[in-house]
Design a protein around this ligand. Structure first.
Ligand code: XUL
Ligand code: CO
Length: 478
C-alpha cells in the first residue's frame, strides 16, 4: 500500500471506531478512560481542565471567561456585590440537564457522565459540581433530592442513596459552600401524577410527607439557608373531577406539618413557596405571588413562609418579573429569586439565563428596596440552550448571567443615587402629602368629609403621568 492509501485506511479505521463509541452504550468515556474508574465513581484529575478560575477583569476585557461587571468585593450602596447577589448554581439544570426535548434526544453528554443513574455516577457528578462552584467563585448551590441521588425502590432505599451522596457533598462543601436551598422533587415519579400534597390518594400524601421530611433533614444537615416548595403537580387538569377546596385545605395542612417539622429539627432556614401558573398542570394552585400570598394569609401561614420568585414563571402568569417581585415585597414576603428569563416569542418555561440588562435593572431595583434577599439569593434556575454543547458553555452562561445581574445592580444604584425617578414618582402623589391626604392614609377619610371637600374644591386638576420621561430616565441609566 502507498503511504497515502495507508493514511486513508487508518483514518477510516479511526472513524469507524469513533462511530462505534458514539453508538454503543456509554460507560466510562473512551477518550478519558484512564481518568475514571466507573465502579467507584472516583475521577482523577480535573473535570474542567481547560477552564481557569474566573476573575473580574472589568468591562474592557475581551476574555469571555472573566467577569466584566461582577466584582464580588466591590461595594455598591454600602454593601459588597457578593452580599447583594448571593448567587447559587442549580444542580438540576447544570449537572442533570441533557438538552433532550419532547422532539429530540439529549445533545449533551458531558465527559464525566457514564450514561447511568448509578450511585457512583451521582458521586462523580457531585465532585464536578464542587469543582465548578470553586472555579466560578460561587459559594451556594440548590438541589432537588432526586437530582443528586438516584430514586430507590422503597423510601428506605431512596433515603439511603441520598444519605450517601449528601455525606460526600458535606465533605466537598468545606466550610465556605452550602445550599441556598434544597427541595423535594414531587413531580417526576408517576405516583405524583395527581399531585403530592393535593393528590386524592392518602398514600401519596403520606409518601410526599416522607420525602419532604427527608429533604428538609438533609438541607438542614448541609447548612441550607432556605427550603423550597414548588408545586409542579399541585393543581388540576379539569374541575369536573376535582374538589379544589379539599385539595387546597390538604395543601395547607401539609404546609403546617412542614412548619412544625422545621421547628422540631431546629432548622432555622426560610420556607419558600415558588409560584408558577401552569406547566406541567393546566392550573397550578400557587399561580402567582398574589395568589400564593392569599393562600398563606387564608391559612394563617403568612409569617412562616416567603416567596421564591422565578422570572420566567412571572411571564407565564402574564406579569413581569418586576411585578412579581414588587407584589412579594409589598406583602413582606420576598425571600428569593430564581434568576432566569423566558423568550418573548415562546409561551413556555424556557429557563434561559437572564441577559437583558433592562430586566436585570428592574429586578435589582426591587431587591434593593427589599434591603437585599438574604438569607435568600439569586439561584440560576436556568439551562443552556439545546444547541449549546461545549463544556465551556456552562461557564459562559453563568458568567454572562452573573454579569447581567451585576450590571443591573450598578444601574439600579445609579438610578437611586440620581433620584430623579423617585422624585417623579413622589410628585405624582404629592397631593396626598397634604393634611387631608394624610388623614385618608391614616384611615380617617370618611365619605361625609370627602364629599364636603369634593364640593369645596370643585373639578380636580389632573396631572400628566410622565411615562415617557420615566422611561427616558430609566433608559439613560442602563
Ligand atoms: C420548575 C422550577 C423548579 C423549582 C424547584 O419550573 O422552577 O425547578 O425551582 O422545584
Ligand atoms: Co425555579
Amino acid at each position: 500500500m502507498k503511504a497515502g492509501k495507508i493514511i486513508f485506511f487508518l483514518l477510516c479505521l479511526n472513524l469507524v471506531s469513533n462511530l462505534a463509541i458514539a453508538a454503543g452504550p456509554p460507560t466510562c468515556p473512551a477518550d478519558v478512560a484512564s481518568d475514571c474508574a466507573s465502579d467507584s465513581g472516583e475521577w482523577k484529575g480535573e473535570f474542567f481542565p481547560d477552564i481557569p478560575k474566573i476573575k473580574y477583569e472589568g468591562p474592557s476585557s475581551k476574555n469571555h471567561l472573566s467577569f466584566k461587571w461582577y466584582n464580588a468585593e466591590e461595594e455598591i450602596l454600602g454593601r459588597k456585590m457578593k452580599d447583594w447577589m448571593r448567587f447559587s448554581v442549580a444542580f438540576w439544570h447544570t449537572f442533570r440537564g441533557t438538552g433532550g426535548d419532547p422532539f429530540g434526544a439529549p445533545t449533551k453528554m458531558w465527559p464525566w457522565e457514564d450514561g447511568t443513574n448509578s450511585l457512583a455516577m451521582a458521586k462523580r457528578r457531585m465532585r464536578a459540581n464542587f469543582e465548578f462552584l470553586n472555579k466560578l467563585g460561587v459559594d451556594k448551590w440548590c438541589f432537588h433530592d432526586r437530582d443528586i441521588a438516584p430514586d430507590g425502590k422503597t423510601i428506605e432505599e431512596s433515603n439511603a442513596n441520598l444519605d450517601e451522596v449528601v455525606a460526600l457533598a458535606k465533605e466537598l462543601q468545606g466550610t465556605k459552600i452550602h445550599p441556598l436551598w434544597g427541595t423535594a422533587q414531587l413531580f417526576h415519579h408517576p405516583r405524583y401524577m395527581h399531585g403530592g400534597a393535593t393528590s386524592p390518594e392518602l398514600g401519596v400524601y403520606a409518601y410526599s410527607a416522607a420525602q419532604v421530611k427527608k429533604a428538609m433533614e438533609v438541607t438542614h444537615y448541609l447548612g441550607g439557608e432556605n427550603y423550597v416548595f414548588w408545586g409542579g403537580r399541585e393543581g388540576y387538569q379539569t374541575l369536573l373531577n376535582t374538589d379544589m377546596e379539599r385539595e387546597l385545605n390538604h395543601m395547607a395542612r401539609f404546609m403546617e406539618a412542614a412548619v412544625a417539622y422545621k421547628k422540631k429539627i431546629g432548622f432555622n432556614g426560610t420556607l419558600l413557596i415558588e409560584p408558577k401558573p401552569q406547566e406541567p398542570t393546566k392550573h397550578q394552585y400557587d399561580w402567582d405571588a398574589a395568589t400564593a400570598a392569599n393562600f398563606l394569609r387564608k391559612y394563617g401561614l403568612i409569617d412562616e413562609f416567603k416567596l421564591n420568585i422565578e422570572c420566567n414563571h412571572a411571564t407565564l402568569a402574564g406579569h413581569s418579573c418586576h411585578h412579581e417581585l414588587e407584589t412579594a415585597r409589598i406583602n413582606g414576603i420576598l425571600g428569593n429569586t430564581d434568576a432566569n428569563t423566558g423568550d418573548p416569542q415562546i409561551g413556555w418555561d424556557t429557563d434561559q439565563f437572564m441577559m437583558d440588562v433592562g430586566e436585570a435593572t428592574l429586578v435589582m431595583l426591587s431587591v434593593i428596596k427589599n434591603g437585599g434577599l438574604a438569607p435568600g439569593g439569586f439561584n440560576f434556575d436556568a439551562k443552556l440552550r439545546r444547541e449549546s454543547t461545549d463544556v465551556e458553555d456552562i461557564f459562559i452562561a453563568h458568567v454572562a448571567g452573573m454579569d447581567t445581574l451585576a450590571r443591573g445592580l450598578r444601574n439600579a444604584a445609579k438610578l437611586i443615587e440620581d433620584g430623579s425617578l423617585a422624585e417623579l414618582v413622589r410628585k405624582r402623589y404629592q397631593s396626598f402629602d397634604s393634611e387631608i391626604g394624610a388623614q385618608i392614609e391614616a384611615g380617617k377619610g370618611d365619605f361625609d368629609m370627602l364629599e364636603k371637600k369634593a364640593m369645596q374644591w370643585g373639578e380636580p386638576k389632573v396631572s400628566s403621568a410622565k411615562q415617557e420621561l420615566a422611561e427616558m430616565i430609566f433608559q439613560a441609566a442602563i
